[in-house]
Design a protein around this ligand. Structure first.
Ligand code: TNX
Length: 553
């Protein structure tokens, strides 16, 4: 009797486990609330996608979903508007509701064996529901051609209520050190949207290249987008310096920029352009030397690092930069304009009689304050156009009387977390992007095994462990923490494949920090969903790193 009891318990347990392993929901980022149920919803040729009448935005979302499903599976899912009649056995319903209680990006999804019902208040919510639905389907769903093997095109029955932890969820890409074509930028945006990021930070200018066409100043791209050759190998270690000896260049036309912005918009991604000032400006100075403190000549940098030639705060420089920003604001409709502000050496300003006089005239204490003055003027200009300025945390370095950086400036905290916390205490909105956790140009595994990368080791688990708003931060600080962003600097990343290798899977860890409530975040659970991510990336023809399986530190 006792033995029989054990036998039944064993059978029952193995069934439950089987059920669980069949009905896994390997969504990244993990939803805020997820309940699995028994059974599966099977897609078939009789499945109908039912959408609200007269809602073109939802119709487009549904049609895109159907196109992808039909392409990969060879099925012929149909679409039906809510006002059309007709019964269907298996239905995926999009229901637009006034208020889900889950915010503008939230959604509810109910999957039974016969129906899938998605409810959201805004199109972005439907978009995120669809990204979850893709990830509940087999990874073959991401194939760009019809899959020839037998696949069970089904979704585990479950109930999801989802909404993001942070309103700002960003991924950055430096296209100045190395240039990447529009086709790759679009693929990058696709992947970030799939993981529910809503911001793409496009680092468009730096010492080594100016990558955006500005009509009023054509030399910025004619001269500044080109360099003579590129340093290969580490620049800060003792290796003998080597150059590849090849001219290098590239830039985006304004038409291409508009195309990227539109493409991102249709995936609910805002693009933030970054125009670096006053430092990281050599490529611009190579084109227009009159805006530097000496007469030049300057050359677009061929090495990596920080350069002492920066914009000089002449009146004519402000005019030049404001003209540039005006064109930039025409191209990028989003609320934010990023003006860099990082790593601006003060050597040239110290030597310049003009700067020294200006410091006296404005009663400033030092050159750091001169940078704050510079930033404050640019901020005023951007704000006057109805936009918001973002800068790296150095924009706060000279923030002391008589200079007050306007509290409307948003700060990206990259040199650790303290700068961000300090700025938030002063009432600035802050985006956390600390280099020790979310710099994806750092090594992710054993240096001996990994391709050349920047600085320290930041393995997947360390990235995953980051919490931008730990409970001990006071509420008045927390409320200014808008979210998180991972940065991808490309000194050592020449090809799309090399970029992807550094980004995935660490960006997936960042996505989970950005979206999933702290209580639902779980490293062991995340690692169980990794193989699913890798299979999806395989079908998406995206390179990724398996360093996690090798690193044990
Ligand atoms: C610092 S992060 C920089 C970049 C470099 C990066 C390398 C930041 C705002 N500035 O210019 O590419 O380090 O990790």
């Amino acid at each position: 009797m006792f033995k029989k009891g054990f036998l039944w318990l064993g059978i029952l347990l193995s069934f439950t486990c089987l059920g669980q392993s069949e009905n896994r929901c390997p969504i990244i980022p993990r939803p805020a609330h997820l309940e699995t149920r028994e059974g599966r919803f099977v897609l078939s040729n009789t499945t109908i996608v039912r959408i609200p009448a007269a809602n073109p935005e939802l119709r487009t979302l549904a049609e895109n979903f159907i196109r992808q499903v039909n392409t990969a599976s060879g099925l012929t899912l149909g679409i039906q508007s809510a006002n059309e009649s007709g019964a269907a056995e298996s239905v995926l319903t999009f229901r637009s509701v006034g208020d889900t209680g889950l915010g503008a990006e939230g959604y509810r999804m109910d999957v039974t064996t016969r129906t899938i019902t998605i409810e959201a208040a805004q199109p972005a919510g439907f978009f995120y529901a669809i990204q979850s639905l893709y990830q509940l389907l087999p990874p073959e769903i991401f194939s760009s051609t019809r899959v020839s093997t037998a696949v069970n095109w089904s979704v585990p029955a479950c109930r999801i209520e989802d909404q993001p932890r942070y309103s700002y969820r960003g991924l950055h890409l430096d296209v100045a050190r190395h240039f990447f074509p529009v086709s790759f930028i679009k693929k990058y945006i696709d992947l970030l949207a799939l993981h529910k990021f809503n911001t793409f930070h496009w680092h468009l200018t730096d010492d080594q290249g100016w990558r955006i066409e500005i009509k009023k100043y054509p030399k910025l791209t004619q001269v500044g987008s080109q360099r003579q050759e590129t340093l290969i190998g580490h620049y800060y270690e003792s290796d003998p310096q080597q150059f590849d000896g090849k001219p290098y260049g590239g830039f985006y036309t304004q038409e291409e920029v508009r195309e990227v912005v539109r493409y991102a918009q249709s995936r609910y991604v805002t693009v933030i352009p970054e125009i670096e000032m006053p430092g990281h400006a050599l490529a611009a100075l190579a084109a227009y030397p009159e805006y530097g403190c000496s007469d030049g000549p300057y050359e677009t940098a061929t090495k990596w690092g920080i350069f002492t030639d920066v914009f000089c705060p002449y009146e004519k420089t402000f005019t030049f930069l404001q003209d540039i920003l005006s064109e930039v604001m025409d191209l990028f409709p989003g609320p934010y304009i990023h003006i860099g502000g990082d790593e601006c050496p003060k050597v040239a300003w110290k030597r310049s009689p003009y700067c020294q006089q200006l410091i006296k005239k404005l009663k400033l204490k030092n050159e750091n304050q001169l940078q704050s003055y510079f930033t404050a003027r640019i901020d005023k200009f951007i704000t006057s156009k109805g936009r918001k300025m973002i800068g790296w945390d150095e924009i706060m370095d000279g923030n002391a009387p008589p200079i007050q950086v306007s509290p409307s400036a948003t700060v990206m905290s990259w040199r650790g977390v303290e700068g961000g916390i300090r700025a938030a205490r002063l009432g600035h909105d802050v985006i956390m992007t600390p280099e020790n956790f979310v710099y994806l140009d750092h090594y992710q595994g054993d240096r001996a095994q990994e391709p050349l990368a920047f600085g320290r080791l930041t393995p997947l688990e360390e990235t995953y462990s980051y919490n931008p708003t730990p409970a001990e931060l006071p509420d008045r600080v927390q409320k200014h923490m808008m979210g998180i962003q991972a940065n991808v600097w490309t000194e050592y990343l020449k090809t799309p494949g090399q970029v992807e290798y550094m980004v995935w899977p660490r960006a997936a860890a960042v996505a989970e920090i950005a979206w999933t409530p702290a209580t639902q975040k779980s490293w062991p659970d995340f690692t169980q969903r990794l193989p699913d991510l890798f299979r999806r990336l395989d079908y998406l023809q995206t390179t990724y790193s398996r360093a996690y399986y090798a690193v044990r530190i």
